[in-house]
Design a protein around this ligand. Structure first.
Ligand code: C2E
Ligand code: MG
Ligand code: MG
Ligand code: MG
Length: 293
């Protein structure tokens, strides 16, 4: 009986694998035409500074969206396809161009200090001319290098650390800020914090989700924030959804936060309304963006 149960389970498993592979192929061929069809767009999620009485909007993270056959596919599903096919290089350039010009236009319209965060894949860092392309994009958009934050996850950094390191050094020497995304979830090696020229760590939302009621999540978040402080890195908490999490983070001296409590990622015109003071955060506040940060 055990044997036949095992067989059935294996059949189910390989069925699932086959379906996954099929889905991947379908997405890949649909994606090949997505940008030509105008199906890709960016949304922007506020990042807030916590010190002071009221959180203040100091930057936005650009997040890629793909609307395929009328519905949004998660980047967790389609980014790996773009990486696999190599299209992430062209799409990644497009994301950078779009985000830098958008944030530059917000800067010129009354938010001179607004920062622009963009996610990178390691495939992009593996291009030997990547830093030069980013410099070009900055020049074209007029965005100051110090207003750009490039985010990369630990697992992406692992991929080819010598080339990644060289590229990150070049980017940092342009004056761009570098953030380690989803910190604590990869094959976390604290060595990365020393080896790579980082300015910011982002505490993964899975730790914030459990805090402050779950003791382990709380301990891990607290330790990461402390580590950031000791190393002179700015710490951003991701996935803040509740006032209690914000209170906890404030108490730990975490200076920046991002999450649905403030705002979901928004289309540019919706973010514009927030900047104009015509709309509130999704949580409690009607923020005035920070001045002179
Ligand atoms: P990420 O860079 O860690 O981005 C944060 C993710 O958390 C976003 O998911 C955001 O919508 C979500 N999020 C924000 N606040 C909350 C919250 O309070 N609760 C919860 N549960 N989630 C929250 P999204 O947009 O689905 O993106 C997923 C991942 O896809 C990103 O994670 C990033 O790694 C990747 N990604 C997105 N856009 C790009 C891109 O342009 N290029 C590359 N290479 N990767 C991208
Ligand atoms: Mg990110
Ligand atoms: Mg993240
Ligand atoms: Mg993430």
């Amino acid at each position: 009986r055990a044997k036949s149960a095992g067989k059935a389970q294996f059949a189910r498993y390989s069925d699932e694998l086959q379906q996954q592979a099929q889905r991947q192929l379908e997405l890949q061929s649909a994606l090949a035409q997505a940008s030509a069809r105008g199906e890709l767009r960016l949304v922007y999620q506020p990042i807030c500074q916590l010190d002071g009485n009221q959180p203040q909007l100091i930057g936005v993270e650009a997040l890629l969206r793909w609307q395929h056959q009328g519905r949004d596919i998660s980047p967790l599903e389609f980014i790996p396809c773009l990486e696999e096919s190599g299209e992430i290089l062209a799409v990644g350039d497009w994301v950078l161009q779009q985000a830098c010009s958008q944030v530059r236009s917000w800067q010129l319209n009354g938010q001179p200090q607004l920062r622009c965060s963009v996610n990178l894949s390691s495939r992009q860092l593996q291009q030997s001319d990547f830093a030069a392309r980013v410099a070009d994009i900055l020049r074209h958009s007029g965005l100051p290098p110090s207003s750009l934050v490039l985010e990369i996850t630990e697992s992406q950094l692992m991929a080819d650390s010598a080339q990644n390191l060289a590229c990150l050094r070049e980017l940092a020497s342009l004056g761009i800020q570098l953030a380690l995304d989803d910190f604590g979830t990869g094959y976390s090696s604290l060595g990365y914090l020393k080896r790579f020229p980082l300015h910011i760590i982002k505490v993964d939302k899975s730790f914030i989700a459990g805090a402050p009621q779950d003791g382990e999540s709380l301990a891990i978040s607290r330790a990461i924030i402390g580590l950031g402080h000791s190393l002179g890195l700015a710490v951003v908490a991701e996935g803040v959804e509740k006032q209690a999490q914000l209170d906890f983070l404030g108490g730990e001296g975490c200076h920046y936060a991002q999450g649905y409590w403030f705002s979901r990622p928004r289309a540019p015109h919706e973010l514009q309304r927030l900047l104009n003071g015509e709309d509130c955060f999704d949580g409690l506040w009607c923020p005035l963006p920070a001045e002179g940060v």
